[in-house]
Design a protein around this ligand. Sequence first.
Ligand code: PRP
Length: 215
Amino acid sequence: MEEKRYLTFALGKGRLANQTMELFEQIGITCEEIRDKNTRKLIFVNEAQKLRFFLAKGPDVPTYVEYGAADIGIVGKDTILEEGRSIYEVLDLGFGKCRMCICGPESARELLQHHEQIRVATKYPHIAKDYFYNKKHQTVEIIKLNGSIELAPIVGLSEVICDIVETGTTLKENGLAILEEVCPLSARVVVNQVSMKMENERITRLIRSLKAAIQ
Ligand code: PRP
C-alpha cells in the first residue's frame, strides 16, 4: 500500500538525537541530511520513506507531539515527567540511562529525614514537587534554576538539589552526594494520541522494529 502522509519525528537535540538516528539506521530508517553536523537546517526529509525529522529542545518535544506537529517524539523520561503532556509513552529505548536524585552535602541527609522545611533547587520543579509533596509529604521551597544546579548547595542557595545523575562525576567533583533516589530515567518514544489511531499500522510496525532492535 502506498504510504502518502509524512510521519514526523521530533528528536531532542544533542546526544539523544544522535543515538536515536543510530538506532533508526539499524531498522532501515535513514536520513542522510541529518548527519551533516554543519547544517543549519531545522527539518530533514526522507522522501522515499515519507519520513520527516526535526530537532527541538528536549522540553519542547512533548509539546510538538501533544499538538500533533510531530507524530512521534524521542525524549528523556525526565522531560516527559516534567512537562506532563497528554501523549502516549510507548517504548523505553534503554539508552540515555541516568537517575533523578535528591543530592546535597552529606550534612543535608538528616534534613530530609526529619522533614524539615528546606530549599530544593532544580531544573525540574514539577518532579521535585511531586516527590516531596506527594511521595514524601514534606513541605519544601522549590527554587527553579536553568542549569549547573550543583552550584546551589555550594553557594548557599538551597540545602539540596533535585537533579539528574549520570556518572556521578559532577557530584563527586563538587563534594556532593546522592541522598535519595527519585526515579530511573532513559530515552523514551512518545506518540501523539490521534496519530496513534490514524497511523496505527505504521506506528505499531515501527515500535515493533525498534523493540526487536534494542533487545
Ligand atoms: C546534567 C545534570 C548534572 C550532570 C550529571 O547536567 O544536570 O549536572 O549532567 O552528570 P554526571 O553525573 O555524569 O556528572 P548537564 O550537563 O546537562 O548541564 P546543566 O547542569 O547545565 O543542566
